[in-house]
Design a protein around this ligand. Structure first.
Ligand SMILES: [Zn+2]
Length: 58
């Protein structure tokens, strides 16, 4: 099974089952929850930055 990493929390997400997805600079990102999608959409540059380290759920 192919999984991708939710850029907000760092969880592995199956794109077929992801709750949300978002395009940013030509790349598609998938999220485990609406909360992660909303955080990403509010500030995509933060979550795609090399300096950002996912802290996990919660
Ligand atoms: Zn998440």
């Amino acid at each position: 099974m192919n999984t991708v990493t939710d850029p907000v929390c760092g969880m592995k997400v199956d794109p077929g089952k992801a709750v949300g997805s978002s395009m940013h600079e030509g790349k598609k990102y998938y999220f485990c929850s609406r909360g992660c999608e909303e955080k990403f959409d509010a500030d995509p540059k933060k979550y795609t930055s090399a300096d950002y380290k996912p802290k996990g759920m919660g």
